[in-house]
Design a protein around this ligand. Sequence first.
Ligand SMILES: Cc1cc2nc3c(=O)[nH]c(=O)nc-3n(C[C@H](O)[C@H](O)[C@H](O)COP(=O)(O)OP(=O)(O)OC[C@H]3O[C@@H](n4cnc5c(N)ncnc54)[C@H](O)[C@@H]3O)c2cc1C
Length: 336
Amino acid sequence: MNIWVYIDHFKGSALPTSWEAVGVAKSLGATVTGLVLGSGVELVAKQAFEYGADSVILSDDPALADFRAEVFASTIAAASEIPDAIFLPTSTRGRELAAMLAIDLNTGVLVDVTSIELSGDKLVVTRPIYSGKIFQKETCVSKPQIVTLRGRSFPKPAPTAGKAGEIKKVAAKPEALTNVEGYTASEGGVSLTDAGVIVSGGRGVSNNPSLQPPAGMDEKAAEIWRAQQGFKLVGDLASVLGAAMGASRAAVDAGYVPYSHQVGQTGKVVSPDLYIACGISGAIQHLAGMRTSKVIVAINKDADAPIFKLARYGVVGDLFVILPELTEAFKKKLGK
Ligand SMILES: Cc1cc2nc3c(=O)[nH]c(=O)nc-3n(C[C@H](O)[C@H](O)[C@H](O)COP(=O)(O)OP(=O)(O)OC[C@H]3O[C@@H](n4cnc5c(N)ncnc54)[C@H](O)[C@@H]3O)c2cc1C
């Protein structure tokens, strides 16, 4: 079986899920070709070999400096010998590219897959449906079988330094109906989808009536001010643990933190080793984004909050009291 793996990267920095995808393709016994597109991306191609690719299809062109699904899809579709399957990470770019490729290659897509097995020459995948309440097995009857893989659902292979292979260069197909005029990068920090540990805050993070906002603030401004004090505690714990900071939709809708932090059905889908939910009730739409976390810890004032049904460890209490104590305890334990 021949599998192409799209190596998703931002300005030459590859997403770890790309290597997880190479690893799972190799584990199926396939011959794996890394798809590396961009400008000045020789290092990404080199890494693709080190993480296990047998060969690389490389399109290195200034016209590919910015990701455009239309251009990337037509460049890939024009490469000869379309394989049995194409794997992509379930990243924003990966999803968009998978859909475009499926149109260009007249095939189907299996999205956000959490496990894969081989039955003859067909891939049988498992993917969560109904907000993660059910895991469904699916196959794609057309070829190539296009699959996007959920981050952190498959092991990342160990790289073999210096491993090399054949590079096939293909020309970019830059003609497109859209052009990137520029973009603004969101603030840095640990990426939510790649994070091994996530500390998230919800509406409860603004609930500390004893905090007195500066004089002259109206009710809404005072709520946001309180939430900022609460999110500082969430951020302090995250920083000690080297974690990413997440949030519920209630928290981002209320303007406590930017939308880029939202976890859930309409936010990011995450699968860390440890997820700490602070002041989050556990609505089904939030659980849809984090229920595959390995260990879930909930801190909530309400002992009947639904999040406790999913959490392995629950702390019933006020996050404004518990978070500083937890942060101090971790600082001591980790010698920070
Ligand atoms: C179509 C659709 C899509 C949606 N998508 C998403 C999504 O992607 N992500 C998402 O999160 N939601 C999503 N929602 C919203 C979801 O239904 C909930 O409204 C939301 O998750 C609630 O956020 P919350 O838990 O922060 O707030 P709440 O439900 O208000 O819960 C706040 C919690 O904080 C606790 N609390 C209060 N004060 C404290 C304190 N001092 N210490 C400790 N605990 C405290 C309370 O006991 C409570 O349990 C979606 C809804 C719809 C309809």
